[in-house]
Design a protein around this ligand. Structure first.
Ligand SMILES: Cc1ncc(COP(=O)(O)O)c(C=O)c1O
Length: 377
């Protein structure tokens, strides 16, 4: 295994987090105690919504939202091919059909201009993703959803803390999720949360995440619907509470690292630094650059391999969903179906990015990248 000098991502765990988890371990309440309720309350307030339901992953959260909206076999959900696979798989879990729409080449988010041509009588929802923490075009998405009477779902797994027109991501559409895997802005190890202003969705999700139990005054062994064990334990919730309480400091650190990268990369003509759409504020999930056409595909792969040899871990965010082996086999997708997403996917390169990445480490990454690019010329 490669021993990296600079990792692609790293969680920011301080003594505060360690203490918070240890405190829970000293109690007899390791699940369904007070911490998950406290975490839900803080997260609802943070996102500016009425209800938050903590779950054991972002994927579980998306799955429950699909179920809560009654999306089922024969239904279609419009979404993006340029995302993490879970944002499309959650539709398949309920045997509905993801209908992909190509992306905007600047924001990498679903291209709102191309949505209406994909709407059919079977379309039930639009599931948009705030990819790489760049908010999607929510104003336009809302207009389209309203006009065609569609549900709007926000996959904000990567955008905790991002803002669109001064409003926090996670607050658009019928329901949204944040995810807390260790590469995210805040982590609970594994974990996620559903955010909504809709009481019915909230109750459905809360019950479904807990084996279908009745939410209020429920008997422990009284199950009123098909449910799952998507609960998040108290240790993870304590970790999440401590992390979200540090969010201002965390976002400040991420902006600082992103700005340093921007400064050091902006004059390299083979590299485009991340675009920020006017009106958007990014919480910087990752730092992804776009290589010029000349370095796309196999050349990019060789850059990643060479960076790894020199101790720098880079990421291939994202491989398009429709060209994943399972999707190709199951649905017959092929190269050329979504040309913009495919082109972006061949050119995007995620550089090491985490809160405490030092300027020295950034220089190491940037200098190696420059050297490798020049050697390929
Ligand atoms: C856009 C997007 N959606 C969904 C998920 C799924 O979250 P999780 O890994 O917590 O299941 C992720 C996670 O990386 C993601 O990036």
């Amino acid at each position: 295994m490669t021993k990296y000098k600079v990792l692609l991502s790293r969680p920011d765990i301080t003594d505060k987090e360690i203490k918070a988890v240890q405190e829970v371990l000293k109690t007899s309440s390791l699940s369904l105690g007070k911490k998950y309720l406290e975490f839900e309350k803080i997260m609802a307030k943070f996102a500016g919504v009425k209800y938050a339901i903590v779950v054991n992953s972002g994927t579980s959260g998306l799955h429950l939202i699909i179920r809560a909206l009654g999306i089922k076999e024969g239904d279609e959900v419009i979404t993006t091919p340029f995302s993490f696979i879970a944002s499309s798989n959650c539709i398949l879990f309920e045997k509905a059909k993801p209908v992909f729409v190509d992306i905007d080449e600047k924001t990498f988010n679903i291209d709102v201009k191309k949505i209406e041509e994909k709407i059919t009588k079977n379309t039930k929802a639009i599931l948009a993703v705030d990819v790489f923490s760049q908010p999607a075009d929510w104003q336009e998405l809302r207009k389209i959803a309203k006009k065609h009477k569609l549900f709007l779902i926000e996959d904000s797994a990567e955008a905790l803390g991002s803002e669109y027109d001064g409003k926090k991501c996670g607050s658009f559409g019928e329901a949204a999720v944040f995810a807390f895997y260790p590469n995210k802005q805040i982590t609970t190890g594994e974990g996620g949360i559903i955010l909504t202003n809709n009481k019915k969705i909230a109750e459905f999700c809360k019950s479904s995440a807990n084996q279908g139990r009745r939410v209020l005054n429920g008997q422990w062994l009284e199950h009123i619907r098909l449910g799952y064990n998507y609960r998040l334990d108290e240790l993870s919730c304590a970790l999440g509470i401590t992390q979200i309480k540090r969010i201002k400091e965390i976002l400040k650190k991420r902006i600082k690292v992103a700005n340093l990268y921007n400064k050091k990369l902006k004059n390299i003509k083979e590299i485009e630094i991340p675009y920020i759409k006017p009106g958007n504020k990014l919480s910087w999930f990752v730092y992804v650059v776009k290589l010029s056409e000349k370095f796309s595909g196999k050349k990019k792969d060789s850059i990643i391999r060479e960076m790894a040899k020199r101790g720098v871990q880079c990421g291939k965010y994202f491989q398009t969903i429709h060209l994943q082996p399972f999707y190709k086999k199951e649905f017959g997708y092929k190269e050329g179906n979504f040309p913009i997403a495919e082109n972006i996917s061949k050119r995007t390169l995620a550089l090491p990015f985490y809160n405490d990445l030092s300027e020295k480490e950034i220089d190491f990454v940037v200098n190696n990248l420059k050297e490798i690019i020049r050697s390929i010329k």
